[in-house]
Structures are given as C-alpha cells and as structure tokens.
Design a protein around this ligand. Sequence first.
Ligand code: FAD
Ligand code: NAI
Length: 475
Amino acid sequence: MSQTFDVIVIGGGPGGYIAAIRAAQLGFKVACIDEWKNAAGGPAPGGTCTNVGCIPSKALLQSSEHFEHATHHFAEHGISTGTVKMDVAKMVARKDAVVKQNNDGILYLFKKNKVSFFHGRGSFARAFEGGYEIAVAGDKPDTLVAKQVIVATGSNARALPGVAFDEVNVLSNDGALRLGAVPKKLAVIGSGVIGLEMGSVWRRLGAEVTVLEGLPTFLGAVDEQIAKEAKKAFDKQGLKIELGVKVGEIKTGKKGVSIAYTDAKGDGKALEADKLIVSIGRVPNTIGLNAEAVGLKLDDRGAIVVDDECKTNLPGVWAVGDVVRGPMLAHKAEEEGVAVAERIAGQHGHVNFNTIPWVIYTSPEIAWVGRTEQQLKADGVAYKAGTFPFLANGRARALGDTTGMVKFLADAKTDEILGVHIVGPMASELIAEAVVAMEFKASAEDIARICHAHPSLSEATKEAALAVDKRTLNF
Ligand code: FAD
Ligand code: NAI
C-alpha cells in the first residue's frame, strides 16, 4: 500500500532537507527520501555538504590551522610548545564526530517538524492524474504518492576522462577528506575552491603540494586584484600553483601517481606524487532518479532544466540546488528549497542571485558578493573603487594576521554598492555585512556612516567604503 503525502522531497542535502522543513512549517504533510549511508549503513542526511563537503572540510581546515599556528605562530606570542605532533587519525575522527552531530541534528529537525524520513533511493515510478508515484528502494522498500515533488539530488565530483576515482591514489573530495596520513607529496588538479581548500589542509600538515590548473588565470571568477593578493599569500606559504597546464597521461601504481603534463610554455613535464586530488568541478546527479519514466527534462550537462522559480517541465515537479543551474553552493540550495516550499503554499518565495555570497575558506579567506571590477568593465558600468588594507587595521595587527584587504565597488553616479571583495582574516564573516547592504540597495556612503565597533576587522569594511569617496581615516 502506498503512503500519500502533500510534498515528497527526493534528496536530504541542504536543498532537500531545508525544503522539507519549510514545507512542513507551512502545514504540508511531507516526506523526505535520502539514500546517504554512514559507515554503519545507517541514515546520514545532510548530503554532500554535511558528509563530504562544507562541514568536514571546515573541520579539517580548523584542525590544520591550529597545527599551523602551533608550529609557526605561537612562538611570536611567547608561547613555547616543544615538539608539536599531528595525530591524523584523531583529527579525522573529530571531523567524523562533527559530521555525525550534523546528521543527527537533521534527523532531530525532521522529528521536530513532523517530516517523515525514508532512508533509501527515491525514483519516479509513474505519473498519474493528480500526482506522482515515487518508489523508495532501501532497507524498507516503500511506495509514496504526492501531488508535489521537489528533486534535490545534488552533484558528484567530475572525474578526468579515463581516470576513475579509486579513493586510494586518485581522490575526489571524499577521499581527500579521509586520508589516513599526511602524504609526502600531494598533487591537485584544478585550482578552484576544493583544490585550494584541500591543498591548504594537507600543506599545513606538512605535505608538499603542487596544484595544476588548466586555465592561464588564477581564480578567474574572483576580482583580479583580490585573486592576485591571494596568490601572493599562497606562494609565500609554499602552495605551488602552476597555471595554464595541459594534463596528459596519469598512471597509478604501488608508489603513488605519476602525472604527465605540458606547462604554460609548452614544455613536457612529469609530476610524481603519493596522492592525487582531482577537483575539476562537479556534475549534477540524477543517477537512479528514473527521470525518463515521467519525461523529466535534463539539459546536455545532465542538470534538471528549471525556470527562474525552480519549476521543471512537469506540473508539480520542482528541482533545487546543485542538480539545477546556478552556483553549486549550500546556501543557494537552501534558499531555493525555502522559496519552492513557499511557492507550493501559494506564497511568493524569492531568491536574489545577485546577492549570493561566495567564500573560499583558505588562509587568507576570500569572500565576495556582487560583481567584480573586470565584470563591471565588461558590462560598461561606470564605477568607483575603494580599498582598505588589513595592515592598517588595529584588530588585524593584534591578531597577527594583516594579509589582504577589503574592496568596495560602487556605482559612479548613485554610489549604490555593486560588489564587495575581501581577502583576509575572517572574510567569511565580514562578507555578511556587504550582503545585507546590497540586499537593501545601500550606498557606499551608508556603510561609511555606520558606527563599527573598535577594534574590529569590520572597521576595514567601513574604511573601504570611505575609500570609495577617497576619505579613509586610518590609511
Ligand atoms: P547534496 O548536498 O549533494 O545532497 C543531495 C542528497 O541527495 C545526497 O544526500 C544524496 O545521497 C541524495 N540523493 C541523490 N539521489 C537520490 C535519490 N535518487 N534518492 C534519494 N536520495 C538521493 N558549499 C558552500 O556553500 N560552502 C562550503 O563551504 C562548501 N564546501 C564544500 C566542500 C566540498 C569538498 C564540496 C564537495 C562541496 C562544498 N560545497 C560548499 C558545495 C555544497 O556541498 C553543495 O552546493 C550542496 O551540498 C548542494 O546541496 P544539494 O542539497 O543540492 O545536494
Ligand atoms: P571549481 O569549479 O571551483 O574549480 C575547478 C578548477 O579546475 C577550475 O579552476 C578549472 O579551470 C580547473 N580545471 C577544469 N578541468 C581541468 C583540467 N582538465 N585540468 C586542469 N584544470 C582543470 O570546482 P571544484 O573545486 O571541484 O569545486 C566544485 C564546486 O563545489 C565549486 O565550484 C563550488 O561550487 C563547490 N564548493 C564550494 C566551496 C565553498 O563554498 N567554500 C568549497 C568547495 C567546493
């Protein structure tokens, strides 16, 4: 016998579980199906983000940063530590415990909000007048029926053609987050977000890290001035980044991995490494969804085709998060999930794509919202720029971390903030003020006139806003 719901959500990552909770808050009878298994085979909702993405990567970034502080920076504070050792197994176990807290937290939230959770794979069985039948294949096979279905099946790591992830030598984000020991030599292909974050973790712990990037520019989506500043910092740390390479044959053996490549000058080279992380982007995941059974339309990248409101080509079927167009970010997936639940309830859910923040959790952190200087130039927009270096910020000096700057870009005529770009300490937290400002269509002058606590890193934000009008007070 099938069970009937108002809304069925397939996928329990940030897009899916948040959509399920919001739909339940709005009074719907909701089911959420997720197939992720923990090591014991039990449910582990939270998707890529919780299990092998945002949360575990930030746990390892934190542990490795503590290690780097202990080995390189404590001495300048007068703290002597003797020999500092890293227990990788303990670090990874801590990360696993953080992941489990998040998995359990989501199961608790489902109970609290009366969302029925099904552990297994959900697939379209058939469409019928008045709804869809969804089969659940798992420990307890089931059939669910609903009028409204939200697909939030996420994404998977993209492999290099002919080089499958074995998670022993050739690692995706999954293997990169559970290495048992620090590799002596680590190669990374792709200097995007994962390459830089995971490269940073293992470099801080002692690996010699070489990142091979296909494009000739470093972090092309980031404001050029900010990317240049970040590159300088990574070079100083010893993170080797080679741009404009063409990766050739990759061989794996008992001793590790050998990567043949052509460098930017066209010279043939070989890189020997103990482990290789391939981080060249992610592909939308619809494996096992049986989209064909109901005629759900995919594009040529395999993403589910949706309109601005996350509606698919089928009535009552919606899709959100990594499986659709747009940036592959947890907070973008969440916002879409909330908006869809509200639209199903007849409300006017809305996602502002112009104010979605990006953060790269390296040290220094890189964060931005809105348009870059190169985008404004390309769009022919007249703008004013203002920057303020952390070197001139008292709190940054006290922290001992004065790398980087805050940069404001504002409309030349109206002074409306068009983009804010930060490279430096706690950029991930500082960017929130800029997001709020842009959401409220603030001008640079608005931020410049707001009282910011002293001493705080946020004063650099205020000063960068003042710099737009060439009137910084501390620089
Ligand atoms: P997912 O999180 O991928 O969840 C999809 C879920 O659906 C999974 O649990 C999957 O098992 C399940 N599923 C799939 N098919 C089915 C099916 N047929 N039946 C049942 N269940 C199914 N983003 C940030 O914003 N900040 C970060 O710091 C960040 N760090 C990251 C670090 C790494 C290493 C990686 C890989 C990604 C990171 N991301 C980060 C990106 C973020 O993880 C994704 O954007 C986000 O998880 C997308 O959410 P989602 O709900 O669309 O999909
Ligand atoms: P990415 O898109 O950020 O970077 C991939 C990089 O690989 C690019 O610079 C690209 O030019 C390069 N590349 C592609 N093919 C290549 C090839 N054959 N040889 C050499 N270089 C090649 O993808 P990444 O790092 O895999 O991350 C995937 C996504 O996950 C991110 O785009 C982001 O959406 C999300 N993510 C977000 C994080 C955050 O918000 N802090 C952290 C990690 C991931």
